[in-house]
Write a protein that binds this ligand. Structure first.
Ligand SMILES: NC(=O)c1ccc[n+]([C@@H]2O[C@H](COP(=O)([O-])OP(=O)(O)OC[C@H]3O[C@@H](n4cnc5c(N)ncnc54)[C@H](OP(=O)(O)O)[C@@H]3O)[C@@H](O)[C@H]2O)c1
Length: 287
């Protein structure tokens, strides 16, 4: 009998938890192998869903064995490019297979990052409750402390399920610490740049200095777009559901090029997740 996804998933978790610097001992894990040139590979017989699961996550598993940062973004969106209705309802655009995928990405990552708008709208937990695997550190990107009124009520500040970091500009550090305590504040000097433009490379560097090097930007549209524009994403997963929302909250939005020839045309692969299509975009491959 070939191996299945239930057998492969613990191996992917084990790979994700290995130290990310130095080489991997031969035969470290049965069922997979590591080669310096080609990264991780499956060994033996695996069924097609397991092969697809491995192929989908291989870039994440192979990435940055030099201890550098690797960032993946995701958006679950309708066919017409919305991540929520105009009132902010986003549960659930995608089907159960995509929800499982989302929780797998959390489990394979050191930190999950969301924008303040997502916390305000959804009150998410950002845990891995639909799969086995560790909860990531929860990072709330909130340069100007828009979430201050929610510190006493939001799940991420109060459920004790996983560490939470409230990431703000260093100018607001004292205010943030007074609200949430020093352990839960990551105050980044110069995060708010000229004209209010977020210097996200500084946020990424600050997370790296905390040992958080595999980062998952889960939403919403504004936040993922900002990471894209600052060229802070290595990869982007767009899970497109067969749904038309119309005048909803947009997914990716950024100043586009005038000419199609100058538009981003990333390398991509497409996977089926139930009734959704997952577009896996490689943003490090040049046009
Ligand atoms: N389908 C998906 O994959 C997915 C994933 C995550 C979230 N969502 C949905 O996306 C929506 C949120 O995404 P988003 O792109 O609007 O924002 P976001 O990326 O989560 O957060 C950034 C934006 O939120 C604004 N914001 C900050 N605090 C806020 C508050 N207290 N109330 C309202 N807005 C606040 C910020 O405004 P300033 O810059 O002015 O501070 C900023 O524009 C929600 O409806 C959520 O349900 C969908």
């Amino acid at each position: 009998m070939p191996g299945c996804t239930d057998e492969l998933w613990p191996l992917l978790l084990a790979i994700a938890q290995m130290p990310r610097n130095g080489s991997v001992a031969p035969g470290a894990l049965a069922g997979v192998s590591w080669g310096a040139g080609q990264g991780w590979a499956l060994q033996g017989r695996w069924d097609t869903p397991a092969q697809d699961l491995f192929a989908l996550h291989k870039p994440l598993l192979d990435a940055r064995r030099d201890g550098g940062v690797w960032v993946i973004g995701q958006l679950g969106q309708s066919l017409d490019g919305c991540v929520a209705t105009r009132s902010g309802d986003s549960c659930f655009i995608n089907g159960p297979e995509t929800l499982t995928h989302l929780h797998r990405l959390r489990a394979l990552s050191d930190a999950v990052i969301v924008g303040a708008g997502t916390v305000a709208c959804d009150n998410p937990r950002l845990t891995t409750r639909h799969v086995s695997g560790p909860h990531p550190t929860r990072v709330l990107l909130d340069p100007t402390l828009r979430l201050a009124p929610l510190v006493s009520s939001a799940h991420v500040f109060n459920d004790g399920q996983a560490p939470t970091l409230w990431l703000c500009d260093a100018a607001l550090r004292e205010q943030a610490v007074a609200r949430a305590g020093a352990l839960r504040v990551l105050a980044v000097p110069g995060l708010l740049g000229e004209g209010g433009v977020l210097q996200l490379e500084r946020a990424v560097a600050a997370l790296r200095s905390r040992g958080l090097t595999r980062l998952f930007v889960e939403g919403g549209g504004v936040t993922v777009s900002r990471f894209l524009v600052r060229r802070c994403l290595d990869r982007l997963h767009l899970a497109v559901a067969p749904l038309l929302i119309g005048d909803g909250r947009p997914g990716l939005r950024f100043d586009g090029a005038e000419r199609l020839a100058d538009c981003l045309r990333p390398g991509c692969r497409v996977y089926r997740l139930g009734s959704d299509q997952l577009w896996d975009l490689d943003l490090r491959v040049p046009n």
